[in-house]
Design a protein around this ligand. Structure first.
Ligand code: HEM
Length: 260
């Protein structure tokens, strides 16, 4: 039988799989599930369902249901980022080997490159939640409550809803590749990679940054505006967004195995 103090072994181990790393990893995944689960609920369930409600019922649902879901959604996003950063801070090179964060070789290698790609997408998704989706949804909720209270509808509410919806669809599209690299960092990409040459890394980052920038600028309306056609075709239906998101997983996977 272990001594009572050993029950708290999670806080005593100082090696690579130290207890803090494990605790933050677990918490990160729990709140990450809450965030992305709600993202999928919004995209796959709520948006199609709300489209079938009449205006009165929709305003009620925005007031009572969507506002609550958005509270959990944005704070789960903040907690996911927070635990993700904590997890990064406590990662060690080896037993007592110092922080991975300041280890240049780590970031040049497969694991560092994998988590850097996942974090690029995850932090972009977090920014979309707090800087685009939530500020615009606040206008939608305020409008619904005002109308329910007998006030005039805000003509700007529909445009605000559209901006939030585009960013939300883009987050769904990014989410699949983001999770590929989150999970792949410790469980896949390190084991399959045999080449870390500088020129291949440069190609990898150039292609990654272009894909990321084009998609993000598009969801902000900077490339294709806020209409429904052209490059926004993928945002019009959640099945199209899932298709593009899974397609990107294949693109990034092939990019990785061809280069590394
Ligand atoms: C928002 C920005 C995010 C940051 C900065 C971040 C950071 C990290 C870090 C540093 C790791 C450890 C990688 C390793 O060495 O194994 C990790 C793993 C992971 N993250 Fe994230 N993450 C973010 C978003 C997300 C989101 C939204 C999810 C959704 C569920 C998520 C799920 C995971 C999972 C499942 C793992 C792998 C756990 C494991 O293999 O044991 N992360 N993340």
């Amino acid at each position: 039988m272990r001594a009572l103090a050993d029950v708290l072994i999670i806080f005593k181990r100082g090696d690579f799989v130290n207890g803090w790393s494990f605790l933050f990893r677990w918490a990160h995944v729990v709140v990450g599930i809450a965030w992305i689960g709600l993202l999928y609920y919004f995209n796959f369930v709520q948006v199609p369902a709300f489209a079938e409600l009449d205006a009165g019922a929709r305003n009620q649902a925005i007031d009572k249901l969507a506002s609550r879901a958005l509270w959990w959604f944005r704070w789960a996003a903040a907690a996911t980022l927070g635990f993700g950063i904590l997890l990064l801070l406590v990662q060690e090179k080896g037993s007592g080997g110092g922080s991975l964060l300041f280890d240049n070789d780590y970031w040049k290698g497969a694991s560092g490159r994998s988590i850097a790609t996942g974090m690029l997408l995850g932090i972009t998704m977090f920014a979309n939640v707090w800087l685009v989706i939530w500020p615009n949804q606040k206008k939608v909720i305020a409008n619904a409550r005002n109308v329910l209270a007998g006030g005039e509808a805000d003509p700007a509410a529909a445009a605000a809803g559209r901006k939030a919806a585009m960013a939300s669809r883009q987050n769904t599209i990014f989410s699949f590749t983001m999770l590929l690299f989150m999970v792949g960092t410790s469980h896949f990409f390190g084991a399959i990679s045999t080449n870390d040459s500088g020129s291949h890394r440069a190609i990898y980052w150039a292609v990654t940054i272009v894909i990321w920038a084009v998609l993000e600028l598009n969801c902000l309306g900077i490339i294709g505006g806020t209409g429904t056609g052209g490059t926004n075709w993928f945002y019009e239906d959640h099945k199209r967004a899932i298709g593009l998101g899974l397609g990107l997983v294949v693109v990034w996977y092939l990019l990785w195995v061809i280069l590394f």
